[in-house]
Design a protein around this ligand. Structure first.
Ligand code: HEC
Length: 216
């Protein structure tokens, strides 16, 4: 299989076939339905753009946070602040981002069980994996609508995350890690699957949930 290369940190442009629909799973009345949406209305385009702008800011913050932590101390100390842990959606949204009600990092291979993909996340991961397995560039952005019967839809925006060499300190070959870092990661994350990566590989997704624009 071809290496899953992501040329830039946030992936590169590709298009999803218009209107692709992937049901989340068997349709029981309470099963959320997740569909990818190619934005075709101003409201959908606006939601995607709000989500993408937020992700771009969060991804820059995450990369800077990693760089700063590694520059100012040991990698094992940096583990305590990974990643964007200081962010809180208490009060319903991220500070300064009133439309962003949730943020999540997820992957096909998670370090923390807290980041395990749910069914809708799994569809996004599978869609990107499928595209990359054919040698194509991953989609730059995915917009997904998740619906439960009788409730408002949840709008999710996903963007692929690639690994820079800084990231490999903690996600590369464990044999290259210091004994102290290995021990700390093992103690905190006994089921860690997120090692063995190489630079520029696809690591996972950053996802935000975007509330619909308030009606004027
Ligand atoms: C100092 C060590 C360290 C570095 C450097 C690091 N990470 Fe992580 N990474 C972690 C830890 C610890 C977790 C688990 C965080 C948690 O408990 O939610 C994690 C989790 C993740 C996750 C969420 C999925 C999962 O495996 O749980 C992604 C995505 C991720 N890292 C990407 C990156 C990227 C991209 C970089 C480089 C910009 C990077 N990491 C650099 C330590 C690190």
């Amino acid at each position: 299989m071809k290496p899953l290369l992501v040329r830039a940190l946030l992936g590169v442009t590709a298009t999803l076939s218009a209107g692709s629909v992937f049901p989340a799973s068997a349709q029981s009345p309470e099963t959320p339905r997740a569909v990818f949406v190619t934005p075709s209305t101003p409201a959908e385009r606006e939601i995607q753009s709000v989500g993408e702008n937020a992700i771009d800011r969060l991804a820059v913050a995450m990369v800077n946070e990693v760089r700063g932590a590694l520059a100012s101390g040991s990698a094992e100390d940096a583990v305590d602040m990974c990643h964007l842990k200081g962010l809180s959606t208490e009060g319903g949204s991220l500070p300064g981002m009133p439309r962003i009600s949730a943020v999540k990092l997820t992957s096909l291979k998670v370090r923390s069980p807290d980041n395990t993909p749910d069914d809708a996340d799994k569809l996004a991961l599978a869609s990107i994996e499928r595209t990359m397995a054919t040698g194509d560039a991953p989609p730059k952005i995915l917009l997904q609508r998740v619906t439960l019967p009788d409730s408002a839809p949840e709008w999710r925006v996903y963007k692929p995350l690639g690994l820079t060499t800084n990231c490999l300190v903690c996600h590369g070959n464990p044999a290259d890690q210091s004994a102290a870092l290995r021990a700390k990661l093992h103690a905190l994350y006994p089921d860690d699957q997120a090692t063995g990566y190489k630079a520029h590989e696809w690591r996972g997704l950053i996802r935000v949930t975007v509330s619909e624009a308030p009606t004027p």
